[in-house]
Ligand binder design. Sequence first.
Ligand SMILES: NC(=O)c1ccc[n+]([C@@H]2O[C@H](COP(=O)([O-])OP(=O)(O)OC[C@H]3O[C@@H](n4cnc5c(N)ncnc54)[C@H](O)[C@@H]3O)[C@@H](O)[C@H]2O)c1
Length: 434
Amino acid sequence: MQMSHIDDIPSTPGKFKMEKSPYFHRLRWHTSLAKLTFWPIVFLGVLFIVFFRSPSSSPLHSDPSRRSLRTYNWGGSAWEKRVRSSARVRSRNGISVLVTGAAGFVGTHVSAALKRRGDGVIGLDNFNDYYDPSLKRSRQALLERTGVFIVEGDINDSALLRKLFEVVPFTHVMHLAAQAGVRYAMENPSSYVHSNIAGLVNLLEVCKSANPQPAIVWASSSSVYGLNTKVPFSEKDRTDQPASLYAATKKAGEEIAHTYNHIYGLSLTGLRFFTVYGPWGRPDMAYFFFTKDILNGKSIPIFEAANHGTVARDFTYIDDIVKGCLAALDTAEKSTGSGGKKKRPAQLRVFNLGNTSPMPVSDLVSILERLLKVKANRNIMRLPRNGDVQFTHANISYAQRELGYKPTTDLQTGLKKFVRWYLSYYSNGKKAAE
Ligand SMILES: NC(=O)c1ccc[n+]([C@@H]2O[C@H](COP(=O)([O-])OP(=O)(O)OC[C@H]3O[C@@H](n4cnc5c(N)ncnc54)[C@H](O)[C@@H]3O)[C@@H](O)[C@H]2O)c1
């Protein structure tokens, strides 16, 4: 599947408007009567909000991370009409898919690919500010032009999820919403628990009760291999030594998936992605911020392990990942439960989706230098112990056999497409986040 035309679409920035914080008028008290009536009125107001608030506004009480403490508006007949229209299947044997994390890097590409082949797609994303939300808004605008509606909301919002399943009997869920990033886990650990654990459980709870139950394909991560030293990493290798909280939450996700498959008959496929890169990518990832820093003449940190050991990654191009995701959806068997009860055993799978050709990070920098025609200011540093591992390398024979997965893009070719997108996107009036 070629993503070339998504790469080629000239980016029109969806301008991210920060929500204005509520404006509080300062009240001045001139009379003691006003002072006496103030608190009873506030109390009654709070009672009113608690008991009579519209079901379409759903505050996220349980959210521990500041960025998700928001109220999203959803519901109503116009909203339902948009949802139905976006989820309408337009091809024979098409599927209807709820894509969580649709404004994210992988989610945008997968949603566009599904829509293109005639499947029904609804996106869900909370547009958090882990990285520049205006990039997510631009991706949203891109998807909107292809007919994909992204509902703004959190996977922890069960009322919203139930409503979506009430409006559309999804055959599949492509679950990509997560708190990504290895190093950020030391700064904001609760955001990982919120999205990768609580959010996953909430989603599975709703899926288990849906009738019919959807089949679920979701993103785990190569990071579950943690301190594993046996290469290439195979699905049969141990994954009980995570090197970061991010990895631990993804590993927890795999165990949670096992439980929901075992008890409720949910069909579950976990995909362990290996360092995905490409156009519309994530600004927190090395290939992306290296590009920005090389262009800005800033020095870039290149890590090496003990004894000058090379740090390498199995960089995987986004189009290859998309092909793997679609193949996983297409080969997913139906869930076997109904009314919250399992009728018979259901499918449970985990696949590596990598490129099987790890590249030293210093080679990645050399390719970027050639493509950007700018010499990088390299700063060789010792790999810190903050979650990163020395190398990743996928054994993909299982995915090859079961999904027909066969990555075809080498790093040079993929980076060329990324750099072309980057230069066009940020020269179109958009400023790379400082
Ligand atoms: N990109 C990679 O190299 C890579 C590697 C391994 C695994 N993964 C996994 O693949 C998936 C997609 O990654 P990506 O690179 O597209 O990341 P991304 O951050 O670009 O996309 C994730 C999206 O999910 C949304 N989101 C986060 N928490 C949410 C919540 N609670 N409710 C609703 N939306 C929420 C975010 O706003 C974001 O748009 C993630 O699960 C990630 O952990 C990615």
